[in-house]
Structures are given as C-alpha cells and as structure tokens.
Design a protein around this ligand. Structure first.
Ligand code: FE2
Ligand code: FE2
Length: 223
C-alpha cells in the first residue's frame, strides 16, 4: 500500500486513511487506468507547490501574496490527488512514468523568470486540457462523482493559475517567444502521456485527440 501514496518529491505525508473517495463508478478497468496515469498529475502538483513557494520568495517579484496563495492551492491539489491515489488500486506501471514525469517537471524550471512563467502557463493550461477531456460527459469519470468533483475543483483553480502565470510572462518576454517556449513544454508533456494513451482510452477519452490538443498552444495564450 505504501507505493500507492508514493510521492514524486518525497514531501507528501502518506494518507492516513485510504479509501476516502468513492471510485466505484470507474469500474475495475477505469480504476486501474486512472491509477496508472495519476502520477503524471501528482508530480505536476507537487512540483507546482514547490515552484510557487520559490517564486514567491524572489526579491523582484510582484503579487507575492497571490503566488503564496497558489502554492497553498497546489498543496491542496497534491493532497487531493494523494487521497485519490489511495482510493485506487496499486498502479501496474507506476515507477517508470513517475520517474519520467519528475524529471520533466524539474527540467521546466528556469533561471529566467519569464521563461519559467511561460512554461508554467503551458503546463497549467495543459492540465486544463487533460482534465476537461477526463470530465467530458462521455468519459468514464462521469459515473464517479467524487472523482469528478475533485477534478473540477482542480480544473477551476488551474484556469486562474494560467491567467496569473501568463500575466507574469507577458511584458518580460516577446509573445512569440513565450508561445514557442509553451509549445515545446506542451509537446514534452504530450510525449510523456503517449505511454499511457491506453489508460485514457480505458477512461473513454480519445487519446489521439488529447495528444493533438496538448500539442496545439492557442495563439491567445500570450497575446
Ligand atoms: Fe494544481
Ligand atoms: Fe497550477
């Protein structure tokens, strides 16, 4: 069971009481699939809380309170996803994807704060793309209201994070440059998800369509 609540960056306390969420509606195939792809989202949340804590401490940064608030929200997301992981079966292919995801998120950090914020906007808008695919009425999650509620909560927070991150990137960097950076980050995220395409299909999400959407950064992101 200890593997189920494993963390990416070794900070999250294990969930004391697993099985808090009702995941029955997912069925066994859906539960296995969600458990297998969940580490990608978990690593993202863990990384984001660390990153926003760090950004809030930068001497030249404005909106310090907002950044601290986001760090707190990311920690909340992290705990929510750990509760979810603890409610799901032990994933079959956990170790490799967690390792790949952790490396990917660590690599997104950049000394140049504008580059870093452009990447965060890409990641959080990418998370919104993934979550909204999972939240479509035809997807399996529609039958698991606890999971649906949790993902909706995260989705709504992430849309705000995208707005704040793009705000910090804009003005420090050319929109076309920010767009190229975001395009690269989104492509790398899509590459990681290729290995769990079958899991998305098991959750009744069109993996090829999701891949295309992730690789397409809307022109408006930094406009
Ligand atoms: Fe988050
Ligand atoms: Fe976020």
């Amino acid at each position: 069971l200890e593997n189920v609540t494993q963390s990416c960056f070794g900070r999250t306390a294990p969930v004391a009481e697993p099985g808090i969420l009702c995941v029955d509606g997912l069925g066994s195939v859906g539960s296995d699939a969600l458990a297998t792809l969940l580490p990608v989202l978990q690593c993202g949340e863990e990384s984001a809380s660390l990153v926003f804590d760090g950004l809030a401490m930068k001497p030249t940064i404005k909106d310090r309170d907002q950044l601290q608030m986001i760090a707190a929200e990311e920690r909340q997301h992290e705990h929510m996803l750990h509760s979810l992981a603890a409610s799901l079966p032990r994933p079959l292919r956990q170790a490799p994807i967690r390792l790949v995801a952790r490396r990917f998120y660590v690599r997104q950090q950049h000394r140049n704060i504008a580059v870093h914020f452009a990447r965060i906007a890409a990641l959080d808008s990418g998370a919104c793309v993934i979550l909204s695919a999972l939240l479509r009425p035809a997807a399996r999650l529609a039958k698991a209201s606890d999971v649906q509620k949790l993902f909706k909560h995260i989705y709504q927070d992430e849309t705000r994070h995208v707005r704040l991150s793009r705000h910090h990137a804009i003005g420090r960097i050319e929109p076309a440059v920010a767009h190229d950076i975001a395009h690269q980050t989104r492509g790398q995220l899509a590459d990681i998800l290729l290995s769990v395409g079958d899991c998305f299909e098991s959750l009744r999400v069109d993996a090829a369509a999701l891949d295309r959407q992730l690789r397409h950064v809307p022109q408006g992101l930094f406009a």
